[in-house]
Design a protein. Structure first.
Length: 122
């Protein structure tokens, strides 16, 4: 495995499912990333998911594609939205905002794909 260019796709990377109550949610432990997020609201409408992505790995993160899934009461994904974050240093953190196309009962936020750079010297 080339650690400098590691691409992962799919739901297995990170998932956090929460009810739409607007409280801060933290993803469960994962080897490479830490995602913290909350719903940003205007009135009664969910507007976006805002949060931060932390890089726990020894290599800088060149980019990561974040995905938010909107889930209805029947546990079906009704909408998805994506955002890309760039240049997260090893041990660093970057903020993100994922505008939502619709409201849901639950939300899932995950890292859909990513690529690490080369090892930074201490």
């Amino acid at each position: 495995m080339d650690r400098r260019a590691f691409i992962v796709g799919g739901v297995a990377a990170l998932t956090t499912a929460v009810r739409a109550d607007g409280q801060i949610q933290t993803s469960r432990e994962e080897r490479f990333f830490a995602i913290e997020w909350q719903l940003e609201r205007t009135g009664d409408r969910d507007v976006a998911i805002v949060g931060s992505l932390g890089n726990r790995y020894l290599y800088p993160l060149q980019w990561a594609r974040l995905q938010a899934q909107i889930v209805d009461g029947a546990e079906q994904i009704t909408h998805e939205t994506f955002a890309i974050v760039y240049n997260v240093p090893a041990g660093g953190r970057v903020s993100f905002r994922l505008p939502l196309p619709a409201a849901g009962i639950r939300y899932v936020v995950l890292v859909d794909a990513f690529q690490f750079g080369s090892l930074e010297s201490p």
